[in-house]
Ligand binder design. Structure first.
Ligand code: PRP
Length: 198
């Protein structure tokens, strides 16, 4: 099917559940380029692993990797974690769904997160990866909600400060939907089914 196929739905149409675009694709791309520059500046000449945190950081990790200079010695790996039922998030329990594919021992590792909210997920990851004797451990987050922090975690590179509202798109979901949107958006209140927005 060609992209010009009249039978194909128009992919540029914004879902009617989207109330406003908070960060458009161009703004995101600019932040990603800046973050890539910062990472490379600090790790100049050193090999490193970009360790993307699934699922939210799927697109961010891919775009960050492609924004690196082509002569950079970087590899890409993924780890998948999930918080135990959102209602229990305050417990800080994070479940490891998929571990890294390559060993991090003796390597420079950059954890790549889509968003740092209360910080519990990142605290878990920094303890897990930090306990495996990496040569260095840094964290790069596209979005930050510093005013939501419950635990003190170091974030070395921050792309954008997110508004105090629930946002979706560019990897972030609401009940697994909207990850595919090319921008970060706020939804109408009526788009949230039932109680939880997380
Ligand atoms: C989200 C996000 C971060 C984490 C941040 O992941 O991708 O990993 O929550 O929240 P915190 O700072 O409050 O811990 P989620 O558990 O929703 O899984 P997902 O990435 O698969 O959507």
């Amino acid at each position: 099917m060609s992209i010009h196929d009249p039978a194909r739905p128009d992919l540029s149409v914004t879902p009617d559940t989207v109330a406003a675009i908070e960060f458009d694709a161009e703004t995101i791309a600019g932040a990603v380029r800046r973050l890539a520059d910062e990472v490379v500046r600090d790790l100049a000449g050193e090999p490193f692993i970009l360790l993307g945190v699934l699922k939210g950081a799927l697109f961010f990790t891919a775009d960050l990797a492609r924004a690196l200079p082509t002569n950079v010695d970087a590899t890409i790996d993924f780890i998948a974690v999930s918080s135990y039922g959102r209602a229990d998030r305050s417990s800080g329990e994070v479940r490891l769904l998929k571990d890294t594919s390559e060993s991090v021992e003796g390597k420079n590792v950059v954890i790549v997160e889509d968003i740092v909210d209360n910080g519990l997920t990142l605290q878990y990851l920094q303890r897990l990866i930090g306990g495996r004797n990496p040569a260095s451990l840094r964290t790069c987050a596209l979005l930050d909600k510093p005013y939501r922090r419950r635990v003190d975690v170091a974030v070395d590179y921050i792309g954008l400060t997110a508004p105090d509202t629930f946002i979706v798109g560019y990897g972030l979901d609401y009940q697994e939907k909207y990850r595919n949107l090319p921008y970060l958006a706020r939804l109408h209140d009526w788009a949230f089914a039932g109680e939880g927005r997380e």
